[in-house]
Design a protein around this ligand. Structure first.
Ligand code: HEM
Length: 383
């Protein structure tokens, strides 16, 4: 459990291999103390199944985050709720993630990507991550608010980055730090921008969210801000990993190009879903470059996992990074090999084995949409 008081906080903060070193030393279930929390890390397929299926009703997503996350994302963010309230909040975004919603969105996403690709062709971006931040911000703005946003994309990306820099799933950053102040200010500016979109013609999603919050514009704006953030920050990071891989491996890029060339000129959701080679490529990107290393859930009631009892009030940590490098699931895990997901090998990834979009009732609702967006971007990049 480390030193009295600070536990193992410093090692956790400084050492990217904190978890893997303890995995090697203690095995897949071990305890520690970080930033005042008593934590049990539970690694592997069975542990993921145990946590994601919330066995014995023991785990809480809300209890897995410090209070600062509520201050950054507002009490409306779905990850801060459990049970009935959480189910209710998850219903509100139906218009965005339904098959019909996505079919309507695809031509618009395609148009935004085509415009950006034309610019990239004229001037290769000096920094691809920045280019993808702008692209995904525009896509998210279109999906959530239609045409209603007046502030520049670059401005909004900066504000979102300021919020992102203060995010930590465990560390309760102090209210008075300079970075924290910037994040809170950025949040208020983003909320103000979102509130002014309610004066313009509204998207179906905006109407649904306002109805759910009984026309409380502040609550509705907080909810939409979380959606904006959840889509923009993750997509831009994963697209950067994709771009790096395609640039480093021209043979793989050429293979994907052949599959994409078979598509009809007009992109269509069903066709995009059936791109098997691209699906396997995206799974392997998710495996090797997950956007989060892991997350935590609070323990509500004492729970038994094999020979271990985990007390109420502790946290359990599940790990994307180590699950995705588990040799018993993925032989030669350091190899980038989309072929490992071929039907004659492992086939589709198991839901407790590839967890870059989380799992259980809190799993990412934007996963299918994210896959569509990434496929369209790859199509334009390869063209
Ligand atoms: C590459 C893209 C993305 C990745 C890697 C990603 C990853 C994740 C992860 C790891 C979680 C936490 C799951 C858990 O606690 O078990 C999550 C939750 C969430 N994501 Fe995503 N996400 C992506 C794109 C999106 C998009 C495009 C949207 C929306 C437009 C979105 C909306 C959400 C929401 C609302 C939650 C909270 C769900 C809940 O607590 O019930 N995500 N995502």
């Amino acid at each position: 459990m480390g030193l009295p008081g600070i536990g193992e906080s410093l090692a956790y903060w400084r050492d990217p291999d904190f978890v893997v070193k303890r995995l090697q030393r203690f095995g897949p279930v071990f305890k520690t103390s970080i930033f005042g929390h008593k934590v049990v890390f539970m690694l592997g397929r069975e542990a993921n199944r145990f946590i994601f299926t919330n066995q014995q009703g023991a785990f809480s997503s809300a209890g897995g985050y410090p209070g600062t996350m509520a201050a950054l994302f507002g009490p409306q963010a779905p990850f801060l709720w459990d049970e009935a309230e959480h189910r209710d909040l998850r219903q509100v975004w139906g218009a965005l993630f339904s098959p019909q919603g996505m079919a309507l969105a695809v031509p618009q996403i395609d148009q935004i990507c085509a415009d950006h690709a034309a610019r990239w062709q004229a001037h290769t971006p000096a920094n691809w991550h920045t280019a993808f931040r702008h692209l995904t911000m525009e896509i998210m703005l279109m999906l959530l608010f239609g045409q209603g946003v007046s502030r520049s994309t670059a401005d909004l990306c900066q504000l979102s980055a300021a919020v992102s820099r203060s995010m930590s799933p465990l560390l309760p950053l102090h209210w008075r730090t300079w970075r924290w102040g910037k994040a809170v200010q950025a949040r208020y500016q983003l909320l103000a921008e979102i509130k002014q979109t309610f004066q313009q013609p509204k998207t179906v999603l905006q109407q649904d969210v306002l109805a759910r919050f009984e026309n409380d514009q502040h609550g509705a704006a907080g909810y939409l801000l979380f959606l904006l953030f959840a889509g923009h920050e993750t997509l831009s990071t994963m697209l950067s990993s994709i771009q790096t891989k395609l640039a480093d491996d021209p043979e793989m890029a050429a293979g994907l190009q052949v599959e994409l060339a078979k598509m009809a000129a007009t992109v269509d959701v069903e066709q995009l879903k059936r791109l098997d080679q691209l699906n396997r490529f995206l799974w392997e990107i998710e495996r090797t470059a997950p956007t989060i290393d892991g997350l935590f859930r609070g323990v509500k009631t004492p729970v038994e996992f094999g020979p271990f009892t985990i007390p109420a009030g502790w946290l359990v940590g599940f790990r994307t990074r180590e699950t995705h490098r588990d040799q018993t699931i993925y032989p030669e895990p350091e190899l980038f090999d989309p072929g490992r997901f071929c039907p004659h090998m492992q086939g589709k990834p198991g839901k407790f084995e590839l967890i870059g979009f989380g799992g259980g009732t809190h799993s990412c609702p934007g996963k299918s949409l994210a896959h569509l967006i990434m496929k369209i971007v790859i199509m334009h990049l390869l063209r």
